[in-house]
Design a binder for this molecule. Structure first.
Ligand SMILES: [Zn+2]
Length: 405
């Protein structure tokens, strides 16, 4: 019996010891869990802090976009311009904290040694990383960071091509050499979606129903003045007025250029206007025209004089001589194009600084004198719709050549 008692005692002892060993193992696991939890909590706190930092740096910009999270949206609608986070856990915390966030996050930002926290970045919630070819839809600033407060690296003209690497819907990252810069996304268009050829041509149908003899300076800062708009010449046989002929051809040129993918802006599409020559130049300047075509017809005392000529400034033009080579090239291209298309007599390129409508230009310009209305044959030719179409196609060919299309 004693043997049995000893055995029972030993078994009980073994059970007690085994239980203790099991507990010890459990404790170890719990400790690991605790350790794990504290790691998680650290991570959460870190994320929370980072989110606050993001909000802090985004709030003053006023360029934020709403998040996709509906909870957050209502808050954003109240606040206006704040960006939201994707973490729903954090949202409820932040909603409770409300405005305290601003103060806290500023403190966090100040105490944080992360320098990048103060540099604007693309919105991580909406950014899409994809390499694609884009063009600028207008003259636009390239910035060093995605913020209108950021330093302007460069200003580029309309239709400048870039490779975009990322877009958060508000700002796009673009490559310039090895560097990354930022352009507001609203001023970028996918190159594949550009339906026109990228060039803007402004067409000025010369003259108007009634000339305007009021004076204007012949160029910026000039003391010399000229009539705002001359009345123009008229057909010796047809009786057609120059302002009528120029609009007929200009409308055909517009259609021809648009069919070729040009963007076209007309200075006038009716006769009943009052636009001075300097104002016509301003239309082209303000539009940022790639070329400004002024359509005119000629007149001379000698009815035998005939043929096409174009007009450009001299290289010494005091107002816009810096554009001489472009104007000269444009004038050559348009003259050759018009002569080749019509078979008309090729006269020459007249270089002069006496034309207000040229002197006021800040964009490449030419005047095309399509022929002499004082020459019976040329007058009748120019009044003919088929010949007008040839002129339009010839001028368009000249523009194609000028732009290298
Ligand atoms: Zn004229």
């Amino acid at each position: 019996m004693k043997k049995y008692l000893i055995l029972i005692v030993l078994m009980l002892l073994a059970l007690v010891l085994g239980g203790c060993a099991g507990k010890g193992f459990q404790n170890q696991q719990e400790n690991e869990n605790i350790a794990g939890n504290s790691e998680n909590e650290k991570e959460e706190r870190k994320q929370d802090l980072e989110t606050k930092e993001e909000q802090a740096k985004e709030e003053p910009k006023g360029e934020g976009k709403g998040s996709q999270e509906s909870k957050q949206e209502s808050k954003e609608q109240q606040k206006g311009e704040e960006k939201g986070s994707q973490e729903s856990k954090q949202e409820s915390k932040e909603q409770q904290k409300g405005k305290e966030n601003k103060k806290d996050s500023k403190k966090d930002e100040e105490s944080s040694k992360k320098k990048e926290a103060s540099v604007p970045a693309l919105n991580p919630d909406t950014v899409v990383y994809a390499e694609e070819e884009v063009v600028t839809t207008s003259s636009v600033n390239i910035r060093k960071t995605p913020s209108t407060d950021s330093e302007v690296y460069q200003t580029v003209p309309r239709r400048s091509p870039f490779t975009r690497t990322a877009d958060d819907g508000t700002w796009s990252a673009v490559k310039v050499g090895d560097q990354e810069y930022y352009i507001a996304s609203e001023y970028l268009q996918l190159a594949s979606e550009v339906t026109d050829n990228g060039y803007l041509v402004v067409i000025d149908a010369g003259h108007q129903a009634h000339g305007n003899s009021e004076q204007e300076p012949i160029g910026p800062g000039a003391s010399e003045t000229k009539a705002k708009v001359a009345s123009g010449t008229s057909g010796c046989v047809t009786g057609l007025n120059e302002y009528e002929l120029t609009l007929q051809v200009s409308l055909k040129l517009q259609a021809e250029l648009e069919a070729r993918g040009y963007q076209v802006m007309m200075v006038r599409t009716s006769h009943d206007v009052n636009i001075s020559n300097s104002e016509r130049a301003a239309v082209a300047n303000n539009a940022g025209a790639d070329a400004f075509i002024r359509v005119h017809a000629n007149g001379a005392d000698d009815s035998g004089e005939h043929g096409i000529l174009t007009i450009c400034p001299t290289s010494a033009n005091p107002y816009m001589g810096n554009l001489y080579s472009q104007c000269r090239s444009l004038s050559e291209c348009v003259l050759d194009g018009a002569v080749n298309a019509t078979g008309a007599n090729k006269k020459y390129i007249w270089e002069t600084d006496s034309m207000s409508g040229i002197n006021w230009c800040t964009v490449p310009v030419t005047i095309v004198e399509m022929g002499f209305m004082t020459n019976p044959t040329e007058d009748q030719n120019m009044a003919d719709g088929g010949y007008q179409q040839q002129l339009a196609e010839g001028i368009a060919n000249g523009l194609d050549t000028y732009f290298g299309n």
